[in-house]
Design a protein around this ligand. Sequence first.
Ligand SMILES: [Zn+2]
Length: 263
Amino acid sequence: MSILVTFLGFILGVVINLLADSLPHYRRPKGFHCPACSAKKTPLAWSGVISFLTGNRECAYCGKLQEWRAPLVEITLAVGGYLIYRANPSYAVFISGLVILFIYLLIIVIDIEHRLILHIVSGPSALVVFLLRFLNPEPEFTETIVGGVVGFFSFLLLYFLGQLFAMVMGRLRGTQIDEVAFGFGDVTLAGVIGLTAGWPGVIVALILGIFLAGIFSFLFIIARMLVRRYSPFMPIPYGPFLVIGCLMVYFGVAKSLAMLLAP
Ligand SMILES: [Zn+2]
């Protein structure tokens, strides 16, 4: 059974790579193709792990090498599937956990590579996460809905504040500031996270995410200052950190941490 769940995770990893290679460009799934020249891939190159192992990393047409992202995603989901199953072999918990991991890994990969959170991903994700609650007793129906609403609207407020801040600073400095802290994609993501974590988990998830993003950007700014390339209005990629916060709440890591710090 362990082998089966690991294999299932691996297959879902292949699907994530397929979606991450096509959705940002075509807004719909497209068969296995090279992201550079869009030539069809040979079956041995469909999976990142298999293409690396069999020496089929290079595109036969344009010579572009398969990114490291592909095997990384497949291994992450395979290991993730195995760990979720080991932690709780219940059918409902396993399916929900794997689907949650699938959704958020796809969101992170596209956000890191394209600085985008696609509506075509977050829309269906919101629906799927909502439906998952019928498999599990928690969070309850109202907690799920309240979580989603709180996530979405708190970030909508931050989004407008960010726009306002950019406008005021732009006026003061006499230049246009195009890069804003939160994009609208982050608002939809916060909604999906709210549905996932439920109420009051959504608060912990989002605060954790913002906190982690803050630590990251602080270290990043220091590193940039050391090489003297600091610019004050650099946008922080919030998406991946919000997702980490959400997964920590969903898989109970945040709770264990809190118990550890304040028993
Ligand atoms: Zn190619």
